[in-house]
Structure formats: C-alpha cells, structure tokens
Design a protein around this ligand. Structure first.
Ligand code: S3P
Length: 177
C-alpha cells in the first residue's frame, strides 16, 4: 500500500460519522469524504429522493459502486451511510485497505442527535421512527460488530473526546491490521 491507510467510520444514523469524521480527518491528515454526499452529487438528488424515486435496492447498488471506487484509493477518511454493512462485499472491500471503526450509541442518544428524521428515509417513512430505529439497530447490531476492527461508544463523550479516541485508535492500530 503506497498511501496512508483509509479510516472508514461505520455506525447507525446519528452516531456522528460525519461530524466526528470531518474533525478527525484534519487531525489525521486524511481527505474527508461522506458517501451520502458523494452519492447526492453524483446522481443530482438527495438520498431521500433516491429512495422514493428508485427504492432502497437501487440506492444500495449505487452505494456499493461508490464503495468499490473509494476502496481503490488511499488517504481517505470515509464517513459511510448507516446501511453500508448490509452488503458483505462492502465490508470486505472496506476492511482491505481501511481501518473500520464503529461509532456506537444507545437509541436515545441516536434519536436526540438525529433531530429531524426528514432526510433519513428509513425513519421518515415509519409511523413510529423511534420504534423503527430500535428495530433496525437490533437487526444490524451483529453486522456492525462483525465489520468493525474496533469501536467507540460515544454515549458519554462529547465530540472532542470522541475525536481524540478516533485519532488515538487510528494512530495505534491502523499500521497493524
Ligand atoms: C441509511 C443511512 C443514511 C443514508 C440512507 C440509509 C441507513 O446515512 O445512507 O438514508 O440505512 O442506515 P447516515 O447514516 O449518514 O444517516
């Protein structure tokens, strides 16, 4: 591997992948990329519009193509979409040249960090978004744990403290995986 190993942040919606990722990328001198934003730029519509126009399966197909592209590069901090671990090929691709770090938090923390569910189609279309969130979290828990090289629980941490742990983990482990 010629460049610096990527850092991929995985975790549920509201776990802080974008906020923490942006801050940590500056400290680690990695290029910050957010897969949802890249998809929105590439296809000229919001994630919500992608879900409603073409459905979740098509969104996942496009998300996978993007992950394939990103995994051929180095020096990136990739804030992934919360559902990226649903595809096992994404997981193996990411693990090949990225330290995969899971940001974990309890449902009540996630809900309060998400705020409005408008831009999150999987929650916005549910009659009870809190119930839906807990159910998805249960369904995906194992996939997140299996995909991750390491994890941080951020329930009791503020953004600066979480970034500090991300930086330490990357500097300690990224060279060893
Ligand atoms: C999704 C999470 C979203 C986005 C899409 C689907 C999911 O990204 O990719 O709405 O399945 O958990 P964030 O985790 O950045 O909100």
């Amino acid at each position: 591997m010629s460049g610096k190993r990527n850092l991929a942040l995985i975790g549920f919606m509201g776990s802080g992948k974008t906020t923490i990722g942006r801050l940590a990328s500056r400290r680690l001198d990695l290029q910050f990329l957010d897969t949802d934003v890249l998809l929105e730029e590439r296809y000229g519509m919001s994630v919500r519009e992608m879900f409603s126009a073409n459905g979740e399966t098509e969104f996942r197909r496009l998300e996978k193509l993007l992950i394939d592209d990103l995994c051929s590069r180095t020096g990136l901090l990739i804030a992934t979409g919360g559902g990226v671990v649903l595809n096992q090929e994404n997981v193996s691709n990411l693990r090949k040249n990225s330290l995969v770090l899971l940001l974990q938090a309890e449902p009540h923390t996630l809900i309060s960090r998400i705020g409005s569910v408008d831009s999150r189609p999987l929650l916005a279309t549910a009659s009870n978004p809190v119930e839906r969130l807990s159910q998805l979290l249960l369904e995906r828990g194992e996939a997140y744990r299996q995909a991750a090289h390491c994890k941080i629980n951020s329930d009791l941490l503020d953004a600066d403290e979480t970034v500090e742990r991300v930086v330490t983990l990357y500097n300690t482990i990224a060279g060893e995986i």
